[in-house]
Design a protein around this ligand. Structure first.
Ligand code: PEP
Ligand code: MN
Length: 341
């Protein structure tokens, strides 16, 4: 349920209604926009008489929200959320960012790759220190030493880092090391204890869509994080598993406008994991940019044939330079004012 307040509603009136709702055991989510203020009601709304709420002076109207996701819902928060990822980098609304770097942190090559992706125009550095691998015998990541390498690169280049967290017991390590953005990977998209634990922090979370996850399941995973108090969630479309086997996954670019319609959260697209092959990464990066993603996550490695994971989908730094030029060209087209008829 949402209560849309009259434009004239004062701060005092808003806090009066908020405390009236909260006394009934519900939580509230207040979104103050330029033209209207919306109070989202979360919890057992049967305890609220919608007619009584609507009869209050400052309330314009009360509307039921049928979707099971509340805090992630655009109805609760009509304006796009813009998330501060640190180092002056914000994502969401018209702020577009490119996250790039190797699949795994492997060692000293990280800083070389990081310098190249930054020079090409990437604004955030990625690299996995904890790797979710299908086989327990495959490379599992450097762990805390990998986080340290990321932090060193972040300090040298003044750019935020994005790195995957797999275990709720590691949250404190990520906080201690001041990791800018915690990534929750496709395999953990419904790891509810992990979602709740990162929800207790204020660190931005890049939340990937599950391998066979629906759009609604992605939004409900975001809701888990937000229901614990962390609103800094960035959604990520990274391809889903379908009957098609020519590519690693099927890039569901429909999800980008669908998520924008349903939610105020920023949407990033990952053409690397979505396609699985270097040759397809650029065209799909451009397509994702064209359909309105707020950012891209792209894997880059300076020696893909020796990469410890996902070498087959990595762009070289030279390829990434070209791709970034074309992404910028697409952004210029997408950001143009609509043509006057
Ligand atoms: C990754 O970003 O390296 C990764 C493992 O991604 P996903 O969870 O989308 O497979
Ligand atoms: Mn990868």
């Amino acid at each position: 349920m949402i209560a849309i307040l009259k434009q004239s509603a004062s701060d005092e009136a808003v806090s009066h209604i908020v405390s009236w709702i909260e006394k009934k055991g519900l939580k509230t989510d207040v979104s103050r926009g330029e033209n209207e203020t919306i109070i989202g009601l979360v919890g057992d709304t049967t305890k609220i008489d919608p007619f009584l709420l609507e009869s209050m002076d400052v309330v314009e109207r009360v509307q039921r929200v049928s979707e099971p996701f509340k805090r992630a819902n655009r109805k609760f928060h009509p304006e796009d959320s813009v998330i501060d990822c640190g180092h002056g980098v914000k994502i969401g609304g018209d702020q577009f960012q490119v996250i790039a770097g190797p699949c795994s942190v492997e060692g000293e090559n990280l800083i070389r790759i990081a310098r190249r992706v930054k020079a090409a125009g990437a604004t955030m550095l990625r690299g996995g220190a904890y790797k979710p691998r299908t086989s327990p015998y495959a490379y599992q990541g450097m762990g805390p030493a990998g986080l340290d390498l990321l932090c060193e690169a972040s300090a040298e280049l003044d750019m935020p880092i994005v790195t995957e967290i797999m275990d709720p017991r590691d949250v404190q390590v990520f906080l201690d090391k001041k990791i800018d953005v915690m990534q929750i990977g496709a395999r953990n998209a419904q790891n509810f204890p992990l979602l709740k634990e990162v929800g207790k922090t204020q660190t931005p979370v890049l939340l990937k869509r599950g391998m066979s996850g629906t759009v609604d399941e992605l939004l409900m995973a975001a809701e888990y994080i937000m229901s614990e108090g962390n609103d800094n969630v960035i959604l990520c479309e990274r391809g889903i598993r379908t009957f098609e086997t020519r590519t690693r996954n099927t890039f569901d670019l429909n999800a980008v406008p669908v998520l924008h319609h349903l939610s105020h959260l920023p949407v990033v697209a990952d053409p690397s994991h979505a396609t699985g092959y270097t040759r397809y990464v650029e065209p799909m990066a451009l397509a994702a940019t064209a359909c309105g993603a707020n950012g891209l996550e792209i894997e880059v490695h300076d020696d893909p044939s020796h990469a410890w994971s996902d070498g087959a989908q990595a762009l070289t730094p030279d390829q990434f330079d070209d791709t970034m030029r074309r992404i910028r060209a697409i952004r210029e087209v997408v950001c143009q004012e609509p043509v006057q008829e």
